[in-house]
Design a protein around this ligand. Structure first.
Ligand SMILES: Cc1cc2nc3c(=O)[nH]c(=O)nc-3n(C[C@H](O)[C@H](O)[C@H](O)COP(=O)(O)OP(=O)(O)OC[C@H]3O[C@@H](n4cnc5c(N)ncnc54)[C@H](O)[C@@H]3O)c2cc1C
Length: 436
C-alpha cells in the first residue's frame, strides 16, 4: 500500500518509519526546506543547544525505541536527575517546588493551614469527580485548596503553558495526572505509589529527560536516513481530494496519490488542508488554538557566569513568567560556557519581540551574555482549553467516515514526543484494518 505523509516534523518522520517497517511504500512531504519542524538544534562552538525540543522522557518507551531503531542507542545522554529542580519566586527569594508530601509539609510557599489543606488532598473529594470536565483551577482548588492554586499551581501552569489554570481543561492538559488520581483514589497517593514503583531507568514523577549526544537534530537526521530518501522538501501540500479509495493532493509541482494519507501537522495546518473536503472536521480542528513561544539561549563565559539559582531548572513567577533551564548542565560539561535556556509563551503574537526578553534577562543576570540565539515558534503548543475533549471527540467522529485518513498532532494525541511516537506506533495496525 502507498502511504503519503504530510509534514516532516518528528510526528511525520516517526509515522513514516513505523509504516515503512510494516511494509508500506512511504513518502513524506514537507512544506519548508528543512526537516524537524519544532526540533531545531544549534551549536555554541562544539556544544549542542536546543532552540526547540530539548529531549524526550523515559516514562514510556516509544521515542526511545525509535532512537534505537535509527542507530542512536549508544549515543543517548540521560539527564542527571539530582540536578533538576524547579524554583518558584517568593517576594524576596526563590523556593523549591515541593515534589513530594514531605517537601510540601516544609514548603515556605504555603502557610501552615495551606500546607495541611494540601496534604489532606486524599480526603478532599471523591475521585469519581475526575471524570467530569473541569478547569485546572477548579481541579486544584477541589483537591489541594485555594492557597496551593495561587502559590504553586498558577505560577507553574503559567510558566509551563503560558495559560491561566482557569482556561485549561484538566483532563486534556494533564491527562496523566487524572489517570493517577483515579487509579489511586487521590493525587498524592498516586504520586507516592508511582515513586515507589519506579526502578531501573525511570526517575521522578516526570521521568528522565534523554537527548542524543549531538543534539535533538540527530534524531531527525537518523529518521531521515532510515527513510532512505523517501522525503520531499519544499513540497507544501494543498488541494486535497478523495476519489473512491484514493487520496490525492498537490505537493509543489507533483500530483500525489496514495491509499493511506497521514497528516502530521499542528491543528490549524490540518484545518486549512481539510477545509475544502470536510468543513465540520476542519472547523473542529480550527477551534484548537495554539500558543506562540520564544526560545532564547544565552552563553555566559564560565567564571563570570551567573548561577543565581544553583539548579538545573527554574520557574520564575515574576512579571514575565519565564521558564529557565540550565539545560546543557543537565547532560554534559559545557566549559568554557554556561548555557541558559529560557522559554516564554506569547499569548499576544508580536506583543513582545525577542529583544525585550533579552533585555530582561541581561538585567537579571547582571551582565550581557557572550552569545545569544533566539527562535520564535508561531504554533508552539496547543492550548488545551476548556471544551478540548469535546472538540477532539468531534474530530474523531468525522474521521470515522474518512477511511484511509489518519491525523497525528500534538493537539489530538498529546504535546510530548512520547505521545506522538505512540500515535505513530499505532498507525500500521490501524492502517491494516483498512486493508482488510
Ligand atoms: C520551544 C519548544 C520546546 C519544546 N520542548 C519539548 C520537549 O523538550 N519535549 C517534548 O516532548 N516536546 C517538546 N515540545 C513540543 C514538541 O515540539 C511538539 O510536540 C512536536 O515537535 C510536534 O511535532 P510535529 O511533527 O507534530 O509538528 P511540527 O514539529 O510542527 O512539524 C510539522 C511540520 O509540518 C510542516 N507543514 C506544515 N504545513 C504543511 C503542509 N501544508 N504541507 C507539508 N508540510 C507542512 C511544517 O513545516 C513542519 O515542518 C516543545 C515545543 C516547543 C515550541
Amino acid at each position: 500500500m502507498r502511504a503519503a505523509i504530510i509534514g516532516g516534523g518528528f510526528s511525520g518522520l516517526a509515522a513514516a518509519l513505523r509504516l515503512k517497517r510494516a511494509g508500506f511504500e512511504v513518502a513524506v512531504y514537507e512544506a519548508s526546506g528543512r526537516l524537524g519542524g519544532r526540533v531545531r538544534s544549534a551549536r555554541c562552538e562544539s556544544i549542542p543547544l536546543e532552540l526547540g525540543v530539548e529531549g524526550f522522557l523515559d516514562t514510556d518507551l516509544a521515542t526511545l525505541e525509535l532512537a534505537r531503531d535509527v542507530g542512536l542507542g549508544g549515543d543517548l545522554l540521560f539527564a542527571k536527575p539530582q540536578r533538576v529542580e524547579y524554583l518558584l519566586g517568593l517576594a524576596d527569594r526563590l523556593a523549591p517546588l515541593p515534589m513530594n508530601p514531605k517537601a510540601l509539609l516544609a514548603s515556605p510557599l504555603l502557610s501552615l493551614p495551606g500546607r495541611l489543606r494540601a496534604l489532606g488532598e486524599p480526603l478532599a473529594s471523591p475521585p469519581t469527580a475526575e471524570g467530569a470536565s473541569e478547569s485546572v483551577a477548579a481541579w486544584a482548588t477541589r483537591r489541594l485548596g485555594p492557597e496551593a492554586l495561587t502559590q504553586i499551581i498558577r505560577p507553574v501552569v503559567r510558566a509551563l503553558t503560558g495559560d491561566d489554570p482557569e482556561a485549561l481543561e484538566a483532563q486534556s492538559a494533564y491527562p496523566a495526572l487524572r489517570r493517577l488520581t483515579l487509579a489511586h483514589g487521590g493525587y498524592l497517593r498516586g504520586a507516592l505509589a508511582q515513586r515507589r514503583q519506579r526502578t531501573g531507568p525511570l526517575f521522578g514523577p516526570g521521568g528522565r529527560l534523554i537527548t542524543p549526544r549531538e543534539g535533538m537534530s540527530d534524531l531527525i537526521e537518523g529518521l531521515y536516513r532510515a527513510l532512505n530518501g523517501a522525503v520531499h522538501l519544499n513540497a507544501p501540500a494543498r488541494g486535497l481530494t478523495r476519489h473512491r479509495n484514493d487520496w490525492g493532493f498537490q505537493a509543489g509541482d507533483e500530483r500525489v496519490y496514495a491509499d493511506l494519507l497521514v497528516l502530521a501537522l499542528p491543528a490549524p495546518s490540518m484545518a486549512a488542508l481539510l477545509a475544502p473536503l470536510d468543513a465540520a472536521l476542519a472547523e473542529a480542528l480550527a477551534e484548537i488554538r495554539y500558543m506562540a513561544a520564544e526560545r532564547l539561549a544565552l552563553a555566559f563565559p564560565q567564571g563570570g557566569a551567573p548561577q543565581p539559582f544553583g539548579a538545573a531548572a527554574a520557574l520564575l513567577d515574576d512579571e514575565g513568567l519565564h521558564r529557565v533551564d540550565f539545560y546543557g548542565a543537565l547532560f554534559r560539561p559545557q566549559a568554557p560556557w554556561t548555557l541558559v535556556h529560557a522559554l516564554r509563551h506569547i499569548p499576544e503574537p508580536r506583543l513582545k519581540p525577542a529583544t525585550s526578553m533579552l533585555e530582561a534577562w541581561r538585567a537579571r543576570f547582571g551582565g550581557p551574555p557572550a552569545q545569544t540565539w533566539s527562535w520564535r515558534f508561531e504554533l508552539a503548543r496547543p492550548r488545551f482549553e476548556l471544551g478540548h475533549a469535546e472538540r477532539v471527540a468531534r474530530v474523531a467522529a468525522r474521521l470515522d467516515a474518512l477511511d484511509g485518513l489518519h491525523l497525528i498532532s500534538d493537539a489530538l494525541n498529546g504535546a510530548r514526543l512520547e505521545d506522538l511516537a505512540q500515535a505513530a506506533e499505532a498507525l500500521p495496525a490501524a492502517a491494516m484494518r483498512l486493508e482488510r
